[in-house]
Design a protein around this ligand. Structure first.
Ligand code: NI
Length: 205
């Protein structure tokens, strides 16, 4: 029984590998970089895309308004007790370290808290950290579209006092001047590493 068992499974494994290889080779169009590179490109294309939001002045703001300059974009909410104020404060420190180069960068804060954060709230909140950080707000549908484009997770969590907080993705997304995803700044990541990433993003622009 045992050798037969192994032979059957060994045969199945070989068939699976062959089918996978066939599918991979078949689906990779010609003229593209080697598959390792292509995976990265495909992942990059999964993050970012079209959105329509409202800026601090009540004007319509879309992904097109961020083009031409590299962008650091972060999703959170103004009532956030920890991740958002820490992230925005650290972004403001990094902007200070970038000096004049910070003016070549869009820094966007999108509130996923469409019930409490409108243009005035995101304006007041972001100006606490750095007036150059642009606060963006949207309706439930607009926030759903923007977060879906960026693969951002957010979920309302009821509090005992009757209010709510929001769990959300803590990463800052870095996009190049053409709106293509190039990487993230992780929450709690070494500040020197984050500064290097922002400098590289600006230098590539
Ligand atoms: Ni937060």
């Amino acid at each position: 029984m045992r050798p037969l068992f192994l032979a059957v499974f060994g045969g199945l494994a070989i068939v699976l590998v062959a089918v996978s290889a066939f599918l991979l080779l078949r689906e990779r169009p010609t003229g593209l970089p080697p598959s390792g590179t292509q995976v990265i490109v495909e992942d990059a294309n999964l993050i970012g895309g079209a959105y329509v939001l409202t800026d601090e002045n009540g004007n319509r703001f879309t992904e097109a308004d961020a083009l031409g300059r590299p962008t650091a974009i972060f999703f959170g909410f103004s009532h956030c007790p920890d991740v958002c104020p820490t992230t925005l404060y650290e972004l403001s420190v990094l902007m200070g370290q970038l000096g004049a180069d910070a003016d070549r960068l869009n820094v966007l804060f999108v509130s996923v808290d469409y019930e409490r954060d409108g243009p005035e709230e995101v304006a007041a909140y972001t100006s606490v950290f750095d007036p150059r950080i642009v606060g963006l707000a949207g309706t439930a549908e607009e926030i759903a579209t923007a977060t879906s484009a960026y693969r951002v997770y957010y979920a309302k969590v009821p509090l005992e006092n009757g209010g709510y907080t929001i769990d959300h993705t803590a990463s800052v997304y870095l996009m190049d001047r053409n709106g293509r995803f190039v990487g993230t700044l992780a929450y709690g990541e070494d500040m020197a590493v984050r500064l290097q990433k922002l400098q590289a993003l600006i230098a590539d622009a």
